[in-house]
Ligand binder design. Structure first.
Ligand code: R5P
Length: 329
């Protein structure tokens, strides 16, 4: 990072520009600080009827523009701001536009799992490309295959090094990593490999958007400390039901490590009333005051993103950022 700042200074900011909307300005500010450049000036408001009013105030002609905007709650506002920012940057003759999406909303709608439903993740990818993005930088997608929804280069980061390092410092003994569903096995296996421990799987059935039921636990959890792994927590149903089932199967301390803290509906209440000792998340999504409870620890991924932005800008490889991630290919 020191080298990064030095080089950046040497080039007087280079032709790199960092812009943000309103979905997570704190993260954008943190990234800008790590890169040693100021955030680009954007005037962002609403017309009386609610339409987004926006103007990029700096000259960005011929610049390499990075737009930091997780499409988190409120997802439609965040997405529309992102699209309009991309459009404004394109029409202002930016040389290249990278959409930086630490959290990619709508990712769970990535297939037709019932008749007459949309594949909204693909629609969103189409919109981002049509608006004028040349690249996407994202992190821990719900499904890695979503990269293929974009017909432009996608750099997909993993936060396992950040989250894993935190847990490694705890030196938890007699550990088992648990995936909350079959779809999350690959990710959980990466953590199990990093911690050198076993893997167990919760066989869950989703009864509605906010209700899940645990059918079985596959693996040995009795008398063990547990870390439940997932890519996102929305209503908290999957996590809390899994934690309860693990506890009644004799698990000792229950921790959880989840990348994207969506925390919708009654998630906070559910966590507070659960046997979860600590839930560790990233700041891919901001945590409002009401969500900053004792059980939740939030770790910053600003350095990871700043490093990736720097490397993209200078055409350096970014694979070294996740080569030690332990995520199995
Ligand atoms: C599902 O496939 C995801 O990986 C998460 O387990 C799920 O989105 C969590 O949702 P909720 O917190 O509402 O159960």
């Amino acid at each position: 990072m020191k080298k990064m700042k030095k080089n950046q200074k040497k080039q007087n900011g280079g032709d790199m520009v960092l812009l943000t909307g309103t979905s997570h300005p704190e993260l954008a500010q943190e990234i800008a600080k790590k890169l040693g450049i100021p955030l680009g000036a954007v005037k962002l408001g609403r017309f009386p009827e609610g339409e987004i009013a926006l103007q990029i105030l700096d000259n960005i002609r011929g610049k390499d523009v990075f737009i930091v905007q997780p499409t988190c709650t409120p997802p439609n506002e965040s997405l529309m701001e992102l699209l309009i920012l991309i459009d404004a940057a394109r029409r202002a003759s930016a040389k290249r536009i990278t959409a930086v999406l630490p959290f990619f909303g709508y990712a769970r709608q990535d297939r037709k799992d019932r008749p007459r439903v949309p594949i909204t993740a693909k629609l969103v990818a189409n919109l981002i490309v049509s608006a004028g993005a040349n690249r996407v930088l994202t992190m821990d997608l719900h499904a890695g295959q979503i990269q293929g929804f974009f017909d432009i280069p996608v750099d997909h980061l993993y936060s396992i090094n950040v989250l894993g390092a935190y847990f490694k410092k705890k030196r938890l003994k007699n550990l088992v990593v648990v995936s909350t569903d079959v779809g999350g096995i690959k990710m959980a296996r990466g953590y199990a490999k990093l911690f050198g421990c076993d893997l167990a799987i919760v066989d869950k059935r989703r009864e509605s958007d906010s209700k899940t039921e645990v059918m079985h636990i596959i693996g040995f959890v009795t008398g063990k400390n547990v870390i439940i792994i997932d890519d996102m927590i929305s209503t908290g149903g999957s996590l809390v039901e899994a934690a309860k089932a693990l506890k009644s199967n004799g698990a000792k301390d229950i921790y959880s490590c989840i990348v994207h803290p969506v925390l919708a509906g009654k998630a906070i209440e559910r966590i507070q009333g659960s046997p979860i000792k600590e839930l560790v998340v990233t700041n891919s999504i901001p945590l409002g005051k009401e969500k900053q409870i004792k059980q939740i620890t939030q770790l910053s991924i600003a350095s990871l993103l700043a490093d990736a932005i720097y490397r993209i800008h200078y055409n350096e490889s970014i694979s070294t950022l996740f080569s030690s991630a332990g995520v199995e290919a």
